[in-house]
Design a binder for this molecule. Sequence first.
Ligand SMILES: Cc1cc2nc3c(=O)[nH]c(=O)nc-3n(C[C@H](O)[C@H](O)[C@H](O)COP(=O)(O)OP(=O)(O)OC[C@H]3O[C@@H](n4cnc5c(N)ncnc54)[C@H](O)[C@@H]3O)c2cc1C
Length: 469
Amino acid sequence: MSIETTSARRHRVVVLGSGFGGLFACRHLRRADVDVTLISKTSTHLFQPLLYQVATGILSTGEIAPATRQVLKKYKNTTVLLGDVHEIDLSARTVTHRLLAHDTVTPFDSLIVATGAQQSYFGNDRFATYAPGMKTIDDALELRARILGSFEEAEVATDPAVRERFLTFVVVGAGPTGVELAGQIAELAGRTMVGTFRNIDPRTARVILIEGADAVLKPMGPKLGAATAKRLTKMGVEIQLNAMVTDLDARGVTVKYTDGTTQRIEAACKVWSAGVQASPLGKLLADASDGTEVDRSGRVVVEPDLTVKGHPNVFVVGDLMAVPGVPGQAQGAIQGATYAAKLIRSEVAGKSTVADRQPFKYFDKGSMATISRFDAVVKMGRIEFSGFIAWLAWLGLHLYYLIGYRSRLVTVFEWMVAFMGRHRGQMAATEQWLFARLALEAIQGNNEDDREVHAELGSPTGTSKAEAG
Ligand SMILES: Cc1cc2nc3c(=O)[nH]c(=O)nc-3n(C[C@H](O)[C@H](O)[C@H](O)COP(=O)(O)OP(=O)(O)OC[C@H]3O[C@@H](n4cnc5c(N)ncnc54)[C@H](O)[C@@H]3O)c2cc1C
C-alpha cells in the first residue's frame, strides 16, 4: 500500500487543528514536496499550559495565542483555513468545514487529525453553565471575569453570608491545572488584591481544591503530591481529597466524600478542571474506518503507526490519539505529529513505503506543574524535585515552547511584574466576558437563520462559539 499521489499534482496533506499537534505537523512538512492545508476552528495556536495565567491576570491572550496565520506565514506550502470540521469522508478523501453559514470541502491525499480534547463534566453538562473549564481563551477570560467579579460583589455585599459566598472559590480537580489555578487564586487574593478594597480584606478569601482521588497531582507520585499539598496548604488553600462534586449550581457545590457524608459549600466562583473528553471527530473517524475503536474518553485507539485501520494515509495525533503510555501532554502531540509528518515526507519522496514504517515510540521527557511563584514540582523519569530549582526549570521550558520572540519577551516582562512585585498587568475583565458564552449559546443554537445573520455581520476570529464547542 502507498500514500503517494498518482497524478502529476503535488501530494495534498490536510492537517486538522492548530494546537501542538497541528503546528508541529506543518513545521515538519514545510520543506516537503507537498501542499499543506491546516484547518482549525480557532484562529490561533493556543499554548494551553499557560491559560491559567490569563485567567488570573498575569498574561494577556496575545502572549499565549499568536495567530496561526502569522506563525505559519513563512511556510510557503501551507494554507490556513478557519472553520469547524464536521465531516470526514475517508473514501472520497475529503473533509468539510463550516465557517458560520458556509461549508467548504477540502480534498486530501494524507490527513493528520489533531483536534485534541475538550472539558468533560462526566455527563453533568449543566455544570458548565456555572463552572467554566480551562481549555480555551474564552474559558480563561470568562474565569478571570468571574474571579475579579466575585471580589467586586463581595465589596458591596451587606449580608455576611453573601459576602462569604463571593469570597469562596472552588476548584474542582487537583491535576496540574487545578493545582496551578488554586495556587494562583490564592496568590491573587493574598498578594495582588491586598489593599485595593475598602470594605473587604481579600486575604479572607477561601480557596477550596476538591479532588476525587486520595492525593493531589496523583500521576506525579506520592512524594511530589505531598510536597504540593504542603505548599498549597501553607498558602491557605483548603484541600479536600476523596471528594466528589455531585451537584453544582449558581450558588455553590455539593460534595460527597468516600465515607458517605455530604457537604454543601456556598461559592459563587467555581472552575472545573476534572476531566477531558476527546474531540467528537475521533468517533467520527473511528466509525468511518475499518474497525478502529475509541476508548472511554473518545480517544482513537490508533494502529502502531498512528493511523486508523484500513487507511494508512489517515493519522491521528495528540490528545485525540490513545496510545498506551503516552499522556495527554504537549510532548505526546509534538512527537506524534513529528512522526506522522516525517513518514509522509519520506513516503512522498519515495524514500520509504508504508511497509517500511516502524511503530511510533514515545520518549517521556517528564512532567511539571507550578504551585506558586518560585515553587514548582518536576518529575523526569526517576528524578523528582520541587521548590525554586523546579520553578526555574518550569520557567525555562515554558519560555522555550512559547511561539515567537515577541511573546517570550513580553511574557518575561509580565512574569517579572507579577512574581517580583505584587502587581499583575492583565486585570481587565468585562461583563461581556462573563456572559458571552451563555449569550452566544442562546443566540446561535443550531439555527441556520442565525448563522446567516452572523455571516452577514462578518466572521468572528474563531474564539467564540467555535472554541466553546
Ligand atoms: C489548562 C491546561 C494546562 C495544560 N498544561 C500542560 C503542561 O503543563 N504540560 C504539558 O505537556 N501539557 C499540558 N497540557 C496539555 C497540552 O496542552 C495538550 O496535551 C496539547 O495541547 C495537545 O495538543 P493537540 O494538538 O492534540 O490538541 P490541542 O492543543 O487541544 O489543539 C486542538 C486544536 O484542534 C482544533 N479543533 C478542535 N476541534 C476542531 C474541529 N472540529 N474542527 C477544526 N478544528 C478543531 C482546536 O481549535 C485546536 O486548535 C495542558 C492542557 C490544558 C488544557
